[in-house]
Design a protein around this ligand. Structure first.
Ligand code: GKR
Ligand code: MG
Length: 434
């Protein structure tokens, strides 16, 4: 019997969007009033649509446009061939191209992810299976996420910028409040956990001098007690000495310490000196980094992210490597909407183990681009979609509105340093600060 050829890609739409983001602080500066995302839609010759979402950046968008002619006519099931064609066109990418910012600045890995996820959405629709089944099947019905706290200035972001909507209530109101000290962080945590039911908490650090951030973690521990796992992420801004000094102070209260220092060698030094497990989304972020990670012992937990590990199937490969080398595996996040969340949930449901609640920025976003509206969290978890493919559909009216936001806001890439300089003239990003 002859194999029937799979559905072929006929159209590719690449739509940059800008979504409202509050003034959140991090090691690289300040979030702009809008976070950028790119929505990719593939349509097959028989009219089936597959979608994906990746971090927005005009260079990645341009490369996606360049890859169009290579992808048109390709069978969506031939993911290996699609990947090969993209590698041939763009060449390989080194781990160092990730850059020093908290977020990953590579191009090719994001393109792989965008195309692979959209193809898998189509494959799921063709085979009448949710994406999780294409990853080997579901091991859990719900995927747990953690509260992700940020120091922040007052403000709602978007058109309101540093102003607030006086009519907002509940989390929508709390999301606007300033949080610049331990009291503000505890208030933010209480409001976020009340709304979403999160049972683990992460603080984005690397903003204030280390003792203030340690005080915030102690305040969270005092407010939530020993049953709520806590993590802090200084995004590699500390020296080895600082990380050992303050890491030791937090040994009895942390579930893990995320990227206290820069680079695998430094992470390995801290790991030998501090009892708390170390996690990373900065020093081990590609398969090329794995030999160094194992040789040096740079971390205990790898925070995977299908957007920069090259897609969902690569993330499953990573899970196998983690199991072999006794690394824990969890998930990293950036500002995102529901298409990314759906992909994260399918992946989270397929992972052999989910020992740590996954990261998500989702509570910080108020926009959505899928027809069903915003995902609901129950007791901090998201139910795994059971419909074919990702289980979410594009809301085209909202997509057009968010694209207009992109055109109007004038941003073409993320630059938190420039945003910070608008508030603190002369402020510069330092790759190691304390
Ligand atoms: O959104 O400010 C942020 C975060 O700092 C993000 O860019 C990081 O990539 O969440 C991330 C992390 O865990 O390092
Ligand atoms: Mg991190």
């Amino acid at each position: 019997m002859r194999n029937k050829p799979g559905p072929r890609i006929k159209e590719i739409s690449i739509t940059p969007i800008a979504i409202v983001d509050p003034p959140l602080l991090n090691a690289a500066g300040l979030h702009a009033p809008y976070a950028l995302r790119t929505i990719v839609e593939l349509v097959t010759d028989d009219g089936i649509s597959g979608i994906s979402e990746i971090p927005g950046n005009s260079a990645i968008d341009a490369a996606l446009h360049d890859s169009r002619e290579l992808l048109i006519g390709k069978d969506v099931f031939q993911l290996n061939e699609i990947r090969q064609v993209l590698v041939n066109r763009f060449g390989t990418e080194t781990a160092s191209q990730r850059g020093e910012a908290p977020w990953d600045q590579r191009k090719l890995v994001h393109i792989f992810s965008a195309i692979e996820v959209a193809c898998m959405d189509i494959i799921g629709k063709v085979t009448n299976r949710p994406v999780v089944d294409l990853l080997g099947g579901k091991l859990r019905d719900r995927v747990p996420f953690a509260a992700y706290l940020f120091y922040k200035y007052e403000g709602a972001g978007g058109e309101l910028g540093f102003n607030s909507d006086p009519n907002a209530v509940g989390w929508a109101a709390a999301r606007q409040a300033a949080a610049l000290d331990p009291v503000g962080i505890v208030a933010q945590a209480k409001a976020m956990c009340a709304e979403f039911g999160f049972q683990s908490i992460k603080l984005k650090g690397g903003v204030f001098e280390p003792q203030q951030e340690v005080d915030a973690m102690v305040a969270l521990y005092d407010a939530f007690g020993p049953d709520v796992p806590l993590r802090v992420d200084p995004n590699a801004l500390w020296t080895v000495e600082t990380a050992i000094k303050y890491g030791k102070k937090m040994e009895s209260i942390l579930e893990y310490l995320e990227d206290p220092v820069r680079g695998q060698e430094n992470m390995a030094k801290v790991r030998q000196a501090v009892k708390t497990p170390l996690a990373t989304n900065m020093c081990t972020t590609s398969f090329d980094d794995i030999p160094g990670s194992i040789a040096l012992g740079s971390e205990d937990i790898i925070l995977s992210d299908h957007h920069f590990w090259g897609g969902l199937r690569s993330s499953i490969t990573l899970a196998g490597i983690c199991a072999t080398f006794k690394r824990g595996l969890s998930m990293h996040s950036n500002s995102h909407l529901g298409i990314s969340l759906a992909a994260m949930v399918h992946l989270g449901a397929a992972l052999p183990e989910v020992p740590y609640a996954l990261d998500t920025h989702y509570p910080w976003q108020s926009d959505e681009v899928i027809t069903a509206g915003r995902f609901k969290f129950e007791e901090g978890s998201v139910l795994v979609p059971s419909e074919p493919g990702l289980g979410v559909e594009l809301d085209r009216v909202t997509l057009a509105k968010l694209h207009q936001n992109y055109l109007d806001c004038g941003l073409t890439k993320r630059d938190d340093e420039i945003e910070m300089q608008k508030v603190q003239p002369g402020w510069t990003f330092q790759s190691v600060r304390w």
